[in-house]
Every structure is written in C-alpha cells, then in structure tokens.
Design a protein around this ligand. Structure first.
Ligand code: IPE
Ligand code: IPE
Ligand code: MG
Ligand code: MG
Length: 421
C-alpha cells in the first residue's frame, strides 16, 4: 500500500544517523553490537537493523512488498539465589569483559532476519503506526530478549525456522512495554533519543504499544504452538501486573525487599524467562530443560533490572541512552533506595521520606540522593546482589552440554552486570 510505504519514513534513517545532541543524545550506533573479527569491525544485531533500516534492508523490505503488490506477507524462581556456582561452570570473567559478542557471533545472520521481520510486521496503512514504531525500533536497543530466544533454541539443538518469528514476537512485546513504560514514567530519553511520548505526546505511544502487542500475538498465532502462546501471553499479563504493582509500591519507604523483588520479577524477569524457555519448547525438549531455561532467564532478568536500577543513579546518560534520576524523581523505591534508607541515619531517612514519600524535591536533591546511595554502599550492594543472580542464571545452564552455545549464553548473562547501557 502506498500509504504504508510512505510511512516507512526515510526520516527515521536520518534520525538514526544523526550525530548526538550535545552531551545528551547518543546515536543508535551506541547500542549496536559491534564485534571485532580478525581485527575488522563487523556489526551484528541492532547494527544491522539500524543501517539496514536506512539503507539496504529498507530497500529490500520495500522491494519485497512491491513484488507482492499488495499487503505484507509474513513471513524460578528468582529468590532461590544461592549465589553459589560456579566451580567448573562457564568461567566468563577470565581475562576479558563479558559481552553480547559471542552470542551475536553464534547467531550469525539470524538477528538480522529478526530485525527484518520486525520492520515488515510493524507496517500498517495507518501512517503514524510505522512512523512511531520505526522511530523506537531504529533507535537501536540491545535486542537482548530475542537473542535469548535464538540462543536458547540453538542450545536446545533446534534446527527449524520458527525461532525467527518468535524472537520478533518477543521483541515486539518488549517494545510495546517500553512505549507504555515511558509514558507512565514520563521519561524523556530512550535509546539515545527523545522518547516517543516526548515527540508525539502520550496518546500515540499508548496506542502504538497496543498495536505492537497485538502484532506479537499475530506472530504467535501464526506459529501455531498453543504452549508458546500460553507462555508469552502469560508473560505479557505478568509484565502489566508488575508495572501496576510498582505504582502501588511507589512513594513508600516501608516497601519490603520482597515486594520490590516481586515487582522486578514481574515487570522484567518474566519476559526474560519466557524468551529463554520457548527455545526448549520449540525444540521439543523435556520439561527439565524448559525449566532450566526459565530459571536462567528469570535470574538473569532480575539481575538485569537490579543493574538498571543501579544505573539510574550512576550511569553516564550518554552511554545509557536514558536520563538518570528518573526513578528518584518518580518516587520509585528501588533496591538502592531501600538499602540506603535502611543503612541511613535519622537525617538521611528524613531526606528519603521527604523526597520519595512526600515527593517534595528541590534543586540538588538528586545529587544528594546519588551521594547517599554511594556513601551507604547501596549501589555496590545492588551490584553484588545482581552478580549473585547472574551466577544462579549461569548455574541453571549446567544441565546442558558445555559448548559454544552455553558459553555464549553465559557471557550474555555476565554482561548484565558489567554493562553501562
Ligand atoms: C529496558 O530494557 C527496560 C528494562 C527492563 C530495564 P533494555 O535495557 O533491554 O532496553 P533496550 O531494548 O536495550 O533499549
Ligand atoms: C522496566 O523498568 C520497565 C519495563 C519492564 C517495561 P524501568 O522503568 O526501570 O525501565 P527503564 O529504565 O524505563 O528502561
Ligand atoms: Mg521506565
Ligand atoms: Mg530503569
């Protein structure tokens, strides 16, 4: 359809290639998985998407659409963190920083195929939908969740072609939650660029988020596995529950760690668990392997959100691609705040009550909050807890044969606590 083609907007490519705004915006290339192969820079995943969206891939997608002449064809347990491990299991820290590169390398062109499908399936004759969806998709992103789906399918020896569409469905769910989450959190920066709500206001991203959720269900239905539909639809409703639960724990310094963990399990870890688990389902592996992958994803997801909450106080916004201090401003009671509050003296507790509970925030308060979480060791504590969850995640893979796949997934898990973005 003509409108649809116009909606895949060359502007998007230009935006994604824009130089960074002074000290605030990073280009999408910041998020691209670059890997060094024999001294040469290659790109993988988000990189392929970003460049392609502007250039070759967009052309290919359009050409295919033109060919078809009409319409798109489509192609646990988080708290059991013993912190124990790792004797003999995938030593990922030796001598180099863990990264997503090994998983990227392992996946070859599969992630690019996922990205292509994402671009195809975000099309609609309603121009604003692909414009807005294309804007956030082209912003980059780590594509971590679809990488888990692809990687876990490989780990389970899956040899078919269904994993591409299912990985795209997983990323669509994630993207939809980001659009909604940025409205709820009134965030202004995502993937190094203004959030969709900052550009279009609140209404379009809410509705386009609904569209992306629905698209992900279309992909799952086309796949045909009721079991996978069950796992991913359950994850979607649990994410929503997590986001609502978070509203209910905000502004309350009496929130328990258990309540905080329940929030992050639901809003983040559930999708990591589902994304990983479906790899075993696709490959028709025994329940034991499904559950191991669920445990892997869930513990990784918890670690990932712990680090996200730490980075909200400590990251460099240019590297993170998001503003920092959002959680503090919104009165979210994350682990850094819980720990700093518990370890704080009387004056410090009064500070947290004023800023978080009463939402009475003044100039300099964010800096003071950052100083306090640092001074009380709350960031170090958060990171250390996250490392424990990563260890549990990696340990969950031990039932699988040691090899490139398992090591790549272990490295991706270890990356969660070493990342600055
Ligand atoms: C952001 O997830 C939302 C959280 C669960 C913290 P990511 O950090 O994976 O976001 P992208 O996809 O890479 O932008
Ligand atoms: C993750 O929580 C939200 C979702 C699971 C969608 P955050 O609100 O901390 O995520 P960011 O920091 O905005 O990416
Ligand atoms: Mg948010
Ligand atoms: Mg956050």
């Amino acid at each position: 359809m003509v409108v649809e083609d116009e909606a895949v907007d060359p502007r998007i490519a230009q935006q994604s290639l824009q130089p960074r705004k002074a000290d605030r915006i990073v280009g999408a290339q910041q998020f691209l998985h670059r890997r060094d192969v024999d001294g040469e820079q290659e790109t993988c995943g988000g990189a392929a998407l970003d460049r392609s969206l502007g250039h070759s891939m967009l052309v290919r997608v359009r050409a295919r659409q033109a060919d078809r002449a009409g319409g798109p064809a489509d192609a646990q347990n988080g708290q059991e963190n013993s912190g124990a491990l790792v004797a003999g299991v995938d030593r990922v820290h030796v001598g180099r920083k863990p990264s997503l590169d090994p998983l990227c390398r392992l996946l070859g062109d599969e992630l690019e195929r996922v990205n292509q499908l994402i671009v195809q399936r975000m099309q609609s004759p309603v121009a604003l939908i692909p414009q807005l969806a294309g804007y956030i998709v082209a912003g980059g992103g780590k594509r971590l969740r679809p990488m888990l789906t692809l990687g876990c399918a490989r780990l389970c020896g899956y040899r078919g072609g269904r994993h591409i569409a299912l990985a795209a469905a997983v990323e669509f769910i994630h993207t939809a939650t980001l659009l909604h989450d940025d409205v709820v959190d009134a965030s202004d920066l995502r993937r190094g660029r203004d959030t969709a709500n900052a550009v279009w206001g609140n209404k379009p991203p809410i509705l386009v988020g609904d569209f992306l959720f629905s698209r992900s269900f279309e992909l799952m239905v086309a796949d045909g596995s009721l079991r996978i539909l069950e796992i991913l639809s359950r994850a979607s409703s649990v994410i929503a529950e997590g986001e609502v639960l978070q509203l209910m724990t905000a502004n309350d310094t009496r929130t328990s760690e258990a309540a905080y963990l329940a929030v992050i399990q639901a809003k983040t870890a559930e999708l990591f668990a589902a994304a990983s688990r479906i790899g075993a389902v696709m490959a028709e592996r025994p329940l034991e392997e499904e559950e191991a992958l669920d445990r892997f994803g869930r513990n990784l997801g918890i670690a990932f959100q712990l680090v996200d909450d730490m980075l909200d106080f400590s990251a460099h916004p240019t590297e993170l691609g998001k503003s920092i201090g959002n959680d503090f401003r919104d009165g979210k009671v994350t682990l850094p705040v819980l720990v700093a509050f518990a370890r704080g003296d009387k004056g410090e507790r009064a500070f947290w009550r004023r800023t978080i509970e009463k939402q009475d925030q003044r100039a300099g308060d964010l800096q003071q909050a950052i100083d306090l979480v640092e001074k009380r060791g709350a960031l170090a504590e958060t990171l250390s807890r996250a490392r424990g969850y990563v260890a549990t995640a990696i340990g969950a893979l031990s039932i699988f044969r040691d090899g490139t796949e398992r090591r790549a997934l272990s490295d991706a898990a270890a990356f969660a606590t070493e990342r600055g973005f």
